[in-house]
Design a protein around this ligand. Structure first.
Ligand SMILES: *Cc1c(COP(=O)(O)O)cnc(C)c1O
Length: 343
């Protein structure tokens, strides 16, 4: 029985072609700026995003935390949605690494809006924390794989600029957003000062992420990356995978999105599941399990016996992520497994 692993889009395995590209890549010492494959990747991403420069990192968490550190001073405050990964899933790094606090805000399904931000009290008064950085997430993760409408991003970015705030986009699933909403990468990147992209999720690389921004910011980012232990050497092996993914794996994200809809429609037929199928915009499917049926832990173990893996989020909330290693037929099999267990 083959396993259908829907716990995360991070479980993807590199393809033979990707591995071949990694093996063939010319390498050098990247801390010395001499890895041609890393340099080519950084230049390529900067061009795609319309930014001056980019810095290859180990993970998206590292890229995000380099950005937080760059944009803030100890004692500053970040504005972020309460479901934001930087605040919830990065092990308390903003406080531990940069000495900053976070104002974790409400907003419809993970999206912030200017009305909420404008209503915040934050006068230039010695009693208040200095607000310094606006963090956005596109697509949203825990808030449901949702895509920021371009206009909303533009308005938020402009507002941040007018307030003298820096802005950062956690684009761990950036290309899921551009593929789903059909906007140009640079249109989104233009709204913010710095952007994180992740290669180890839907793009299918074994590891790697990148931070892009101004040349000056990326110059500083290299020092922060070194401080955080992210100065890699012949990192071109990993950058080659990322370059391969940029060439070959972006368009296929559309299949992941249609698989997510297929899965959501299947789950909607099952009475112990509460799901808003219209909220499934990309590759993440969130649903709530009726407590009268049982706990997510029970469902997870019964599905695992049928070869299907899904994840629990909190309380009765659960998540399934589609990705390039799951086929249309496997989604059908997964839906059948859910139906069998939840009948
Ligand atoms: C997964 C994820 C990250 C972190 O990615 P890693 O590369 O695993 O550190 C950051 N932000 C969001 C929104 C994510 O979903």
């Amino acid at each position: 029985m083959s396993t259908i692993d829907l716990r995360s889009d991070t479980v993807t395995q590199p393809t033979a072609e990707m591995k071949a590209a990694m093996v063939a890549a010319p390498l050098g010492d990247d801390v010395m700026g001499e890895d041609p494959t890393v340099n080519a990747l950084e230049a390529r991403v900067a061009a795609i995003l319309g930014k001056e420069a980019a810095v290859f990192t180990c993970t998206a968490t590292q890229a995000n935390q380099i950005a937080v550190r760059l944009h803030t001073r100890p004692g500053d405050e970040i504005l972020i949605h309460r479901t934001g990964h930087i605040g919830l899933y990065e092990a308390g790094a903003p406080a531990a690494i940069s000495g900053v606090s976070m104002r974790q805000l409400d907003g419809d399904r993970g999206l912030l809006d200017v009305a909420t931000l404008e209503a915040l009290p934050w006068p230039d008064d010695p009693h208040f924390t200095r607000t310094r950085l606006l963090c956005l997430e596109n697509t949203t993760n825990i808030a449901g794989g949702r895509v920021y409408p371009l206009e909303r991003m533009q308005t938020l970015g402009q507002w941040a600029g007018q307030q003298g705030l820096r802005s950062h986009l956690d684009g761990a699933r950036f290309f899921n957003a551009t593929v789903a909403a059909r906007y140009q990468p640079a249109q989104i990147a233009e709204c913010v000062d710095t952007v994180t992209l992740c290669f180890s999720k839907g793009l299918g690389c074994p590891m790697g992420a990148i931070l892009a921004g101004s040349a000056e910011a990326m110059h500083q980012a290299r020092r922060v990356r070194k401080m955080l232990g992210g100065g890699m050497r012949q990192a071109g092996m990993m950058a080659a995978a990322a370059r391969y993914a940029l060439d070959h794996h972006i368009d296929a994200l559309a299949h992941d999105h249609s698989h997510a809809r297929q899965l959501a429609n299947g789950l909607a037929q099952l009475s112990p599941v509460a799901i808003d199928t219209a909220a499934v915009e990309t590759n993440l499917v969130f649903f709530d399990l009726d407590p009268d049926w049982g706990t997510p832990a029970t469902l997870i173990s019964q599905l695992a016996e049928l070869g299907v893996k899904v994840g629990g989020i909190y309380q009765q909330r659960m998540r399934a992520a589609t990705h390039r290693d799951v086929t249309t037929e496997q989604i059908e099999i997964a839906v059948e497994a859910f139906a069998k267990v939840l009948r």
